[in-house]
Design a protein around this ligand. Structure first.
Ligand code: FAD
Ligand code: NDP
Length: 544
């Protein structure tokens, strides 16, 4: 046993406490170990593993090797290092079908949350400039938007984040390797550089956090050749003059929202419903709002082909599934947003027996993020049944690092995760949709309080507030435990974040009523809500 300094398990400033723990990893014969583990022969590898499992720490290159340097992988490896573990993170970006590449940080930083929210902000500013006239700003001439300026500013910010992540890893003593990782066995990872150079790393534990990549639809001629995905749109240097955003879920609606907002003629084709899995009344309000502000929707339609015309325009052919009729129209760009596939191809999971869910291809996990193979863990977008969200990946990664360091037994709680869809009218929610609450508790087992309200900032600007709505879904009877909270309106994510804490504390409708509002805000409408759906009374909020 050796005396070492281990920081306490908090996210705050680190103060050190002395505790005893087994000696940390040594590197005295790493090269020999690596050579052994490269084992060309099965029996050799088995012998090698036998040695490894008997010696545990002190024999591997690292305590922890994380494959994937996205939201989850970075959080996990940094936390491990903070707790005194020797950690390495491997991150490698395979260029998109269109050849788009980016740096360290994964989906969120490069091709997800961050550039998306900034483009959403660009669109909101356009609306604000229009509102500004009503508030007395003298803006002469038409308002126009320049894609190149926006893209350059956002791409520069993303590059600064890439750099920031590299610096942080260095500061926190996490070894960063820009290599593609695959598994050799439960303690060995093979890394391959872009130039094809191979390296072997051994670790007591291996964590897979390789996320996912956007799908292209199968069986649609021209789809790959002429279409782009969310892996490309944020890195375009030139404007998409007209765009057709395909299919109707999170990515599609958010992209269509900001494209419309910056003045582009945008159409969304929806095969079935918008925002599957979300409360459908709220999904309807979002798409109604988008339609009012210019986004076109082709409902119940499936694409058939994409052809490039001699003019350079893309001709999209689709079928309206309600009538069976075929239609054609031309667009400048086609963006596919038909879901994402887990990034498992390069990992070699099947040789090791890591079990996947057949239908989704994602890794099957225990509540402690363990896979079917000892010492191999996974979480984030790659994990079956895990929310595809950054904060859950980050939190799960930190908790896993703490458990693997033997300093905590706390598991990730995936219940009541709040989220926001950044459409032009934002939608935030936490807990159950009305449909799910009804299914679990029965129609008579729930009480839904709701309100249509007018954000003050909309009134002077004479903006239509018909879709600004909130509902609180409660268990009926007793203290009326809150089961779900849904809100559309400005800054919806900011509104919902605080209420999400209430959920963790088991908030009830009585608690809501005891809460004093902050005036004048949109969030105060949540604590004032008092009309039930069951009553049939008009839920429109009037007056101050
Ligand atoms: P990722 O962030 O995808 O990181 C995985 C990393 O591993 C990548 O860098 C990948 O290149 C690398 N990798 C893959 N294979 C290998 C290998 N073999 N070797 C080495 N490296 C490898 N979530 C939110 O919470 N809020 C939002 O507003 C939001 N908006 C989004 C918008 C879009 C357009 C998209 C696509 C997603 C959005 N998400 C949002 C989801 C969020 O980005 C993901 O849930 C999150 O990034 C998942 O983190 P992860 O660590 O699991 O994987
Ligand atoms: P989703 O799985 O949410 O939606 C995919 C859409 O594509 C659905 O409308 C689906 O239709 C349709 N679709 C899929 N396959 C086909 C097909 N073969 N033919 C026709 N239509 C098809 O994927 P997204 O890419 O939009 O988002 C992935 C995840 O990323 C989300 O689940 C979310 O967790 C995360 N994300 C989070 C955001 C946020 O927090 N703000 C923003 C963006 C993404 P159907 O419903 O009919 O199956």
């Amino acid at each position: 046993m050796a005396l070492s300094l281990i920081p306490p398990l908090t996210d705050g400033p680190i103060s050190y406490q002395a505790i005893y723990q087994p000696a940390q990893t040594g590197s005295f014969h790493n090269n020999n170990m690596a050579a052994l583990c490269r084992g060309r022969h099965r029996w050799k590898r088995t012998n090698c593993l036998h040695v490894l499992t008997r010696n545990l720490s002190g024999i591997y290159d690292y305590d922890l090797v994380v494959i994937g340097g996205g939201s989850g992988g970075l959080a996990c490896s940094k936390e491990a290092a903070r707790l005194g573990q020797k950690a390495a993170v491997l991150d490698y970006v395979e260029p998109s079908v269109k050849g788009t590449k980016w740096g360290l940080g994964g989906t969120c930083v490069n091709v997800g949350c961050i550039p998306k929210k900034l483009m959403h902000q660009a669109a909101l500013l356009g609306t604000a400039v229009k509102d500004a006239r009503k508030y007395g700003w003298q803006i002469s001439g038409p308002i126009c938007h320049d894609w190149a300026t926006m893209a350059e500013a956002i791409q520069n910010h993303v590059r600064s984040l890439n750099w920031g992540h590299r610096v942080q890893l260095q500061d926190k003593k996490v070894k960063y390797l820009n290599v593609k990782g695959s598994l050799v066995d439960e303690h060995t990872v093979r890394g391959l550089t872009k130039a094809g150079k191979e390296m072997i790393l051994t670790a007591k534990n291996i964590v897979i956090a390789t996320g996912g990549r956007p799908n292209y639809p199968i069986g649609i001629p021209g789809a790959k050749e002429h279409g782009i995905t969310s892996d490309d749109i944020f890195w375009l240097k030139k404007e998409m003059v007209l765009s057709s955003t395909r299919r109707g879920s999170d990515v599609a609606l958010e992209c269509a929202g900001f494209l419309t907002g910056i003045g582009l003629d945008t159409t969304v084709m929806v095969r079935s419903i918008a925002l599957r899995g979300f409360d459908q009344q709220m999904a309807g309000l979002i798409t109604d709002y988008m339609a009012t502000y210019g986004t076109k929707f082709l409902w119940k339609s499936v694409p058939k082909s994409v052809d490039k015309l001699s003019s350079g325009a893309l001709q999209v052919t689709w079928t309206d599934t309600r009538t069976g009729d075929e239609h054609k129209d031309t667009y400048d760009s086609v963006l596919w947003a038909v879901g994402r596939a887990p990034e498992t191809k390069a990992l070699g999971l099947d040789q090791l027996g890591v079990r996947l869910k057949k239908e989704t291809g994602k890794i099957l996990l225990g509540s402690d993020e363990s896979t079917s193979v000892p010492n191999i863990f996974a979480f984030g977008d790659i994990g079956e049944g895990r929310p595809e969200l950054t904060p859950t990946a980050v939190k799960a990664g930190k908790l896993l690092a703490r458990r693997l360091a033997g300093l905590s037994a706390e598991l990730m709680n995936y219940d009541n995760v709040p989220t926001t869809v950044f459409t032009p009218l934002e939608y935030a929610c936490v807990g159950l949709s009305e449909e799910d609450a009804e299914e679990r508790h029965g129609k008579d087992g729930i009480e839904v309080y709701h309100a249509f309200y007018k954000p003050l900032e909309f009134i002077v600007a004479e903006r239509d507030a018909s879709q600004c709505y909130l509902k609180v879904v409660c268990a009926r009877g007793g203290e009326q435990k809150i089961l779900g909270l849904h809100f559309t309106g400005p800054n919806a994510g900011e509104v919902a974040q605080g209420f999400a804490m209430g959920f963790q504390c088991g908030a009830t409708y009585s608690h809501l009523l005891q809460t004093v509002g902050i005036h004048p805000t949109c969030a105060e409408e949540v604590v004032k809500v008092n009309i039930t759906k069951r009553s049939g009374l008009d839920p429109a909020v009037t007056g101050c």
